[in-house]
Write a protein that binds this ligand. Structure first.
Ligand code: ADP
Ligand code: ZN
Ligand code: ZN
Length: 757
């Protein structure tokens, strides 16, 4: 150019670009989950980017105000815009030193200026540091300025030694006789320039040799050899690591991760919920100090952004996080791990409604990487894929026990037995006149655990002191007037509460339907269980681990620490305690009512029940032999409960896959769910009927064979926050083609391969 230019060292705000691979992934997600490209791209954006917009002002014509008569402030603003060009409202306000609301409104109305919105990066600014650079050492007269002379002397020597690189400011001002004022003065004279540049990134931590170079059990070794061969081959391949809790799956993850990191490849380790993954994160951090980034949305924005950047710059090879971690900016992925691959949290329930397993599948094809799905209770669709050969199956059927010295002084592994599971038929208890919420075997087991200094977990499916209010005379159940779901009684507030819309009302003293005063609180909540434990074993230290505790600001890790420090004897908890925690002192687990999940109208209710029971049972006896699990049920013969009590995944799978095949459910026929929400019930219903017709006509037009249409019906939850919900299900291989050929209004939510139907 014809004008003098200065060199650019680095952008202060790093530019954000999608890689080719990410762009390809986004298009694929948009197509398969039937969402917009913009929605599909949103998980790829760096934290904070594209989320804030700033108002800008500019003149409509270059002549400024033309013939308009302006007040002094209006004129000042026009002059400012003429001088600076487009300016943010904020900057203009600062420059003129006053609020501009009415001024801007008048000038806009007169057609002199216009407002525009600029989307800005809300990402925290990259940290910068101040530098000094010599422009010219010559021809400057510094006779009467000894401080400047001294400073220039230091800078010159540095340039002579190290070349013309920008010199960190703090290096200079540390030297004797060099002052900030002198440097500023030199800059004003044009001798040096002062620059703000991105501060150098922290050097990557030195990889240390893994702390745990464990000696694998024979089963682990066999699994590892197969996996290793695939990692070496560098071709996309999928594995299901099916191993009961405590069988050493995490150890295999760590091994595979170490292999990748050692070869300059990157690893994505997904967990269903990061708040419950503290122990997994700790094990990765311990094995790979300084090389693990935890990426998730609840971190402070600045931390999140800097972690993201460190990952993008290739400084951290292992990313641990929830499903969104799949979109971390990685270019050399060697391995993707989904721990607890059966967990529902892997599916996102707003657009893009992707399943992490499916995206991971796509990702490993892009990178020629290996996908490792781990679970004690694999999703039946995953196990089916393993059975039919699409995925390779690795099995760890026994628990890793303590290491002992065997013959000839070589270390050997002992296996730990799985806990004994006793199913108690509650109907029988009742018929024998025993009505306590803890059956007699459970009471005995609890007492024994506390007396012998061990810990017990009591597991419950829902919170509230009584989940259900029912009239013993007519059977009426009190429901939320807005949502059509049973209200839950909360003893501490003496209120009935809707868990969907937060409606609160006092409990009725008489049945609203028949007037009887025999209104009973049935069902059991964590508070009630806690109170019963205290009554049964006075002096027992009870910890309640549920949503209420978390709402009071207690964090999972605090609760976890209290359990690990043996500050509690009995833990009373909901779903959360079932997931992945490793408590060595827990010898006893009680499941208060195994039926609560089983009787939900959902095709996966049996699977959920089996998974949950197995997982909760897996909490017991992780380190100590002789552990005991007691399952209370009114339907003890159901295959999900029976199989869980025998730790028999295969038996459960056989029944479940037969059920799915018979009814045409996944994995045999795919489902797509359409849900319409509207505050008016009639509109909701008629719109649903119209769309059902449209879908049927589209299927005809396309000549789609394998598709049928279920519904329209009110959704299982017929009403949410004052809006009715109607749904339509498409079933069959051609349902995706039909669904992508229709154009629906935005009131419709489309869920491809929904997890709950
Ligand atoms: P999972 O992930 O299947 O629940 P883990 O990997 O957590 O199993 O292993 C269970 C316990 O056994 C952990 O305490 C782990 O440190 C230990 N462990 C696993 N593999 C070995 C091994 N090869 N040698 C010694 N201890 C092991
Ligand atoms: Zn009644
Ligand atoms: Zn409600």
């Amino acid at each position: 150019p014809a004008f003098p230019v200065r060199p650019v060292y680095a952008p202060v705000e790093p530019a954000f670009c999608l890689s080719e691979r990410q762009w390809e992934l986004i298009q694929w997600i948009a197509e398969t989950t039937l969402c917009s490209l913009f929605e599909a791209a949103s998980p790829c954006l760096p934290p904070g980017v594209g989320q804030r917009s700033v108002e800008h002002l500019r003149l409509r014509s270059p002549d400024g105000a033309g013939d308009h008569q302006l007040t002094r402030t209006q004129q000042a603003l026009v002059d400012l815009l003429a001088e600076r060009g487009e300016t943010s409202l904020e900057a203009a306000r600062k420059a003129l030193g006053r609020s501009l609301t009415s001024v801007v409104a008048k000038l806009e109305a007169a057609g002199v200026i216009e407002r525009t919105a600029r989307v800005v990066s809300g990402a925290p600014r990259t940290p910068t540091a101040r530098y000094v650079r010599l422009i010219t050492p010559d021809g400057v007269d510094l006779h009467r300025a000894p401080a400047q002379r001294r400073a220039l002397e230091v800078i010159r020597r540095r340039v002579a030694l190290a070349g013309d690189e920008p010199i960190p400011w703090h290096d200079l001002v540390r030297r004797p006789g060099v002052t900030a004022a002198a440097l500023q003065a030199l800059a004003e004279r044009g001798v040096i320039e002062i620059l703000e540049l991105p501060s150098p990134s922290a050097p990557p931590a030195q990889p240390r040799p893994g702390a745990g170079s464990t000696y694998l059990t024979p089963e682990q070794a066999a699994a590892w050899r197969t996996l290793l061969a695939a990692l070496r081959a560098g071709e996309p391949e999928e594995f299901l690591l099916h191993g009961i809790t405590g069988s050493g799956k995490t150890e295999i993850y760590l091994r595979a991760a170490a292999w990748c990191v050692g070869r300059g490849k990157q690893v994505i380790m997904l967990v269903p919920e990061i708040a419950l993954a503290a122990q997994t994160v700790a094990r990765f951090n311990e094995r790979f100090p300084g090389q693990v980034a935890v990426l998730h949305s609840t971190l402070p924005p600045a931390t999140r952004y800097h972690t993201w950047r460190a990952v993008a710059e290739g400084r951290i090879p292992i990313v641990v996080g929830p499903r969104s971690a799949l979109f971390a900016p990685l270019e050399r992925v060697g391995l993707v791990i989904l721990d607890e691959e059966h967990e529902g949290a892997y599916k996102q329930d707003n657009p893009p409604r992707y399943h992490a397993r499916e995206v991971a599948r796509r990702l490993i094809r892009q990178h020629n990487a290996v996908l490792l799905l781990g679970s004690a209770t694999p999703d039946v669709t995953t196990y089916y894929a393993a059975e039919t050969g699409a995925i390779r199956l690795l099995e760890l059927p026994t628990r890793v026990g303590p290491r002992v010295l065997g013959k000839r002084g070589r270390p050997e592994h002992r296996t730990l037995d799985l806990p004994e599971v006793q199913v108690v038929d509650m109907r029988l208890e009742l018929s024998q006149g025993h009505t306590h919420i803890f059956s007699r075997p459970l009471q005995a087991a609890l007492r024994r655990a506390v007396e012998s200094g061990e810990q017990a977990i009591l597991f419950l499916n829902r919170r509230g002191a009584a989940t259900l209010i029912q009239c013993r005379a007519c059977g009426h159940v009190e429901q939320c007037p807005f949502c059509d779901v049973p209200l839950v009684y909360h003893a501490d507030q003496r209120l009935l509460l809707c868990h969907r819309c937060n409606q609160r009302q006092p409990p009725p003293s008489r049945c609203p339907a028949c007037g009887s005063s025999a209104v009973g609180y049935y069902g059991t909540g964590t508070q009630r269980v806690e109170a019963e434990v205290r009554r049964l074993i006075p002096g027992a230290r009870v910890l309640r681990w549920d949503q209420d505790a978390l709402r009071r600001g207690v964090e999972h890790r605090h609760l976890m620490q209290r359990v690990l420090r043996h500050e509690v004897d009995v833990i009373v908890g909901t779903q959360m305690v079932a997931k992945g925690l490793d408590f060595p002192l827990v010898s006893t687990v009680g499941i208060i009512n195994a039926d609560t999940l089983l009787h939900l109208p959902d095709i996966r209710s049996a699977e959920r029940t089996f998974q949950l029971l197995t997982q909760v049972a897996g909490r017991a006896g992780r380190r100590t032999p002789g552990a005991r699990v007691i399952v209370q049920s009114y339907t003890p013969d159901h295959y999900a409960i029976d199989a869980a009590s025998r730790h028999d995944y295969a038996a459960f799978y056989r029944e479940e896959i037969a059920f799915r095949r018979k009814h045409g459910y996944p994995p045999f026929r795919r489902l797509i769910r359409f849900v319409y929400r509207h505050p008016d019930e009639v509109t909701c219903q008629t719109t649903a009927a119209e769309v059902a017709d449209l879908l049927a006509a589209t299927a005809d037009r396309l000549g789609a064979r394998d598709v049928d249409l279920l519904g329209p019906t009110p959704a299982f939850t017929a009403k949410v926050r004052g809006r009715y919900q109607w749904q339509i299900l498409l079933r069959g291989a051609d349902s995706h083609a039909v669904a992508s050929a229709v154009d629906l209004d935005p009131g419709w939510a489309i869920d491809v391969d929904p997890l709950s139907v």
